[in-house]
Design a protein around this ligand. Sequence first.
Ligand code: FUC
Length: 805
Amino acid sequence: MPRISRTCIAQGHRQRAHSARCFKETTYLPFLEAHIVIATHFKLPALILSISASLTAAQPPAEPLSLWYRQPAKQWVEALAVGNGRLGAMVFGGIVEERIQLNEDTLWAGGPYDPANPDALEALPKVRELIFAGQYRQAANLVGQKMMARPLTQMPYQCVGDLLLKFPDADGATDYRRDLNLDTAVATVAYMIDGVRYTREVFSSPVDQVIVIRLTADRPGKVTFTAGMRTPQKASVTVESPTTLVMQGVNGRSAGIAGALKYQARVAITAPGGRIVSGGDQITVTDADSALLLIAAATSYKSYKDVTGDPEALTMETIAKASKKPFEAMLRDHVADHQRLFRRVTLDLGTTPAAHRPTDERIRDPDKANDPQLAALYFQFGRYLLISSSRPGCQPANLQGIWNESMNPPWQSKYTININTQMNYWPAEPTNLAECFEPLMAMVMDLTDTGARTAEVCYNAGGWVTHHNTDLWRASAPIDGPHWGMWPTGGAWLCLHLWDHYDYSRDKEYLARVYPVMKGAAQFFFDTLVEDPEHKWLVTSPSLSPENGHPFGTSICAGPTMDMQILRDLFTNCIRAAEILAVDEEFRKQAAATRRRLAPNQIGSAGQLQEWLEDWDMKAPERHHRHVSHLYGLYPSDQIHVRTTPDLAAAARKSLEVRGDDATGWGIGWRLNLWARLHDAERAFNILRMLLGPDRTYPNMFDAHPPFQIDGNFGGTSGIAEMLLQSCAGEIELLSALPKPWPNGSVTGLRARGGFELDIQWKDSKLVNVTVRSLAGGSCRLRYGDATRDLNLAKGQSTQWDGVQ
Ligand code: FUC
């Protein structure tokens, strides 16, 4: 198997040709890596996924919102993901051996560290001078020598290890099916052997904070297995009592930063009617009627600067509490808590016979127009993933959500905040999962602290700054290399999400909490924007247009369009927030004055929206680059809109044409949202078709960058929502990108700015009815095509409209 170079992973894909090579070679890298690393640690026999059995066809699950398969997972990207925001598991569904791969969201490498480079400040004026003199390469060299973080990379998110269940050898399994029910958030494996039906259910409970596995058979005394654990971490596995397995260890060192975390995973087994025998580091259950396994895991992480937690006490306490609860009660509470969030939105795009086929076959089928339910399933899977990887009190969803089997996953599976982390949260507000945004908000709060130090040390500036990546330790300095890392606008972009959370809820108490964060982000730019000598605009410098090189051998430049757009939003939202909270009049004036002097959006000679201050786009080496940073103004922002700024919208369209539709998973996800915003339904559908195909969606429905990156899932979910409802440019617009293959359908529970919730029904590609509920009280304008309707609703009031003027 080809092995990818580390540079290729760590530095992003420099050139398109290079990228294409990377993609091919990395497809199954995480899996490969794990096997190489893990093999030396494992005491149980190697993973054997028995598919030798003659598997007769099982029926599809009754719940249509299910992923399902007729064979066990052979690869990690075929296994099914469960999670409670903190504890994740990948369920393989083997017949002779089950592998449950485990994650805990604070198990990252390293410990508290401060990477800000004290040499940066001295180099800053010279770097700016070189940039304005057009000596971009020299500027990039100086940035590389003096301004980059120490260490140059951040800490990776790592795995806990695996729970392995070994079952008696068996030939002739029939009726095999494994599925993931998105409505209950339970993964189930079921098959028959010798007339006995075996069932395995797995879920990660947000209520009881354990992963629960129940093994049953439809005849007494038939449940027999051996449980063991393995890990690539520095850890030991012991049998603590005849019914308890414990894995304990420390996290890894990375880039010179020593591991500072302790962690523990604990498995408690009960097996009514059977015998439990422990030996070595395994526990064997024989002839039980059923078995229940509870898995708790924790680290000593308390915050990005405090690692004094006690994982042993935490896991013992969690298991002790959960053990008192019957399985049925745990299941009931888990399902109720999941459905509280999941059932807020329903989507019906129509169902064809294709919907009865196993999920992997549907993904492989190129005819996506004939399978509209696959798009609905993908949409709901994205919501399922957000609920399962980002709940209040947890870490935000990283590049792989919370699911990772490796010690050094691609891009360290961190928070890449020049698009990827933001995309993870695009569906949060519109698809009615506002709570899931809370971990991101908490991370941004932390960044005001670490980012203030970076602002001071590297720029002698007030406020706070974060560059293009961060990690568990909230590192905020520029990393990787100048080409990718020298971008000061990551934190400012995250502030858009802070504002949006208010805009969708109109919760003033919340706004008062986050306003100082937004103000601090603005303060940094008041202190660091510089005047561009030619136009006298205020611009960022040094900066770059994420991660795209301009024609002068680097990406380093001043005032890329995206920065200007992000700052325009930041200042505008700061002003709005200060007005609502009736504070800071002087600050408002300063924000307005600074906003006026930012470089404007410009249209270049090819009719495109310029990516940079100068008209370089058509000469840039990577015209089909996956990033479409300057189109931030069109989506997620609404500075550019077909109705309010038609010329700029046409220019954005031209830029999208030049970039092309094909890209990596998230690149396609972004394009989908952009074409929806341009109201081009068929183009959007065509892009969605690409996203749902086997090149960009693995059999388990995880997005393929490749390798796996979860942002494409979330970008796809928000894109589908955007095709049906757009809440921007001061209006709530219905069905503005409804494609022909979805002529009849309905969606309920989508959210819009102003605190509104909408149910939409359409038939023969025309709106039939919309119900609008006001959750906050207030006014809005609805639009369907050219027809508009102005509403003013009291809190709790709802109304209907048929889209006729
Ligand atoms: C950015 C992207 C890459 C990848 C990485 C995690 O650097 O350009 O494609 O998604 O983040």
